[in-house]
Design a protein around this ligand. Sequence first.
Ligand SMILES: Cc1cc2nc3c(=O)[nH]c(=O)nc-3n(C[C@H](O)[C@H](O)[C@H](O)COP(=O)(O)OP(=O)(O)OC[C@H]3O[C@@H](n4cnc5c(N)ncnc54)[C@H](O)[C@@H]3O)c2cc1C
Length: 297
Amino acid sequence: MRYIRDILTEAMAQKRPTVSFEFFAPKTVEGEITLEKKTIPSLKIARPDFCSVTYGAGGSTRGKTLGLVNNIQETHNLVAMAHLTCVSATRDETISIINEAKQRGIKNILALRGDPPGGIGEFKKIEGGFEYAYQLVELIKKTGGFSIGVAGFPEGHIACKEGKYVDWDRLRFKIDKGADFVITQLFFDNRYYFEMRDYLVKNGVSVPIIPGIIPITSASQIKKLTTLCGATIPTRMQEKLNHFGDDDEATTAYGIEFATEQCYELLKNGAPGLHFYSLNKSNPTLSILRNLNLLPT
Ligand SMILES: Cc1cc2nc3c(=O)[nH]c(=O)nc-3n(C[C@H](O)[C@H](O)[C@H](O)COP(=O)(O)OP(=O)(O)OC[C@H]3O[C@@H](n4cnc5c(N)ncnc54)[C@H](O)[C@@H]3O)c2cc1C
């Protein structure tokens, strides 16, 4: 299985954007079947450069995350990346997860701190555990054998009281510790992404910073997600969402149109790729890629 850092380098040399998809590990067997038998097979027509699988709150999906990454690699023959957080795990437990990933042939890890249980309140490290993602990056780098990604926050991390520039300096620190690329939190105003990217580049960062794109499919869901991560919903978008209410079909159509324009502008202005928060659905993401002429013929 390939390292994502090599894929990104190759794509940049070919002057083409990478396309990647993020999945969450489903809670039910039904969800697993839909993801593996429908969603992933239909997204394969986009020939993604890689896929990633989230790590559930509190480390709750450890086995599922690694198992799904394994299946994506072996059954679907796609490059995959496991997300890994520091939540509720001691250093030794984290080492054992990294070793398990290695044994399963996993080559790519997104190193994250994770959120406090329920996503709200202050993160508290456990005795013998890590407090920040850079410590996880250090450990994975020391272990060797992985390409490492980290999270970046175009509006600054929600819990960073010192403001976005301090948060971006901390992102730089994670990169200095050994991260090969950054995937950003979702955002709807591209100026946030460009400002963060330009700041990082000005301060010596040269790794790819891949924007995270969410195709909106439901007003209530996007409200919940943005409340948790602190991303701003632009006024015009909020008005549209209010207008559509719980008409998810109309919201999805708007979400596709919005994301198409967002992605177009990002790529035109140098974003190295697009990472889609698929929410385990295929159609909205495929429609956006089709609009952008990014589906292979
Ligand atoms: C692309 C992407 C994928 C994600 N996938 C998952 C997932 O699978 N599972 C999951 O649970 N969550 C996931 N998250 C959410 C993420 O875990 C949370 O946003 C978390 O709160 C921050 O993680 P981080 O890795 O950025 O942490 P960090 O980089 O450690 O930053 C966390 C906070 O600590 C501050 N900080 C960092 N270093 C220092 C320091 N040295 N001193 C003082 N303060 C510091 C930062 O400014 C920030 O406020 C994802 C986020 C993104 C963007």
